[in-house]
Write a protein of this length. Structure first.
Lengths: 125, 125
């Protein structure tokens, strides 16, 4: 039996501003340093920037992932979250029959967001 | 001296999916219930959906706000955060000389986001 090797793939929208895309890669690096149960943490983009979602999955697999956990890094359940990302991930899944490719709920559905916004408003930072 | 009456204005991107925009209004309602120091909490949208940012500011002012605190509800510092929202807010500010219209950093710059993503990945919810 092969060892489970987890990867987390942050999927962001992608921006024409390079600094914005770099920010997402930095976020992936920051998570990687804290998330010891996931030896692989990568970032990719739905559109505009690269790596694309298919490329992001491929990077995880090439790094030896046996599982790819997708984190849709979006705040609201718009078309990108409901249709675009699931469609792309479904297409990729068939290419990797030995890899468990699953998706977390989109980031904005986290119940702690209300508390973060409250704290930001109160502390004005 | 007039009493300070704070308002928080959540600025989201706006989606063609109505349910996504409703989600943002629900978020504003949820924050409103917890954020007692802000008697007014509203949501508005940069594009696609209404109320627009100018309309959102107007709603806050009509409800008696003496201060409007903008929360750019975006995850990365792309063009919308760096240029579009500040430009619109700057244009509106001149219309309301008696109202303090200020902006928080965009949501994605909050340092707690790494911990939320870590928790989401570990607990797989």
């Amino acid at each position: 039996m092969n060892k489970i090797r987890k990867s987390l793939l942050i999927v962001a929208h992608g921006s024409r501003k390079k600094v914005s895309n770099i920010e997402i890669h930095q976020l992936a690096n920051n998570i990687s340093m804290k998330l010891k149960s996931f030896p692989i943490v990568e970032a990719c983009f739905l559109e505009i920037a690269e790596p694309s979602i298919p490329q992001g999955i491929e990077i995880c697999v090439q790094k030896g992932a046996s599982e790819v956990l997708i984190m849709p890094y979006f705040l609201a359940a718009g078309r990108h979250v409901i249709e675009d990302i699931p469609n792309i991930v479904d297409n990729e899944r068939v290419k990797y029959p030995g890899i468990a490719i699953t998706s977390l709920p989109y980031f904005g559905s986290s119940p702690v967001i209300v508390d973060i916004l409250k704290s930001l408003a109160e502390n004005n930072i």
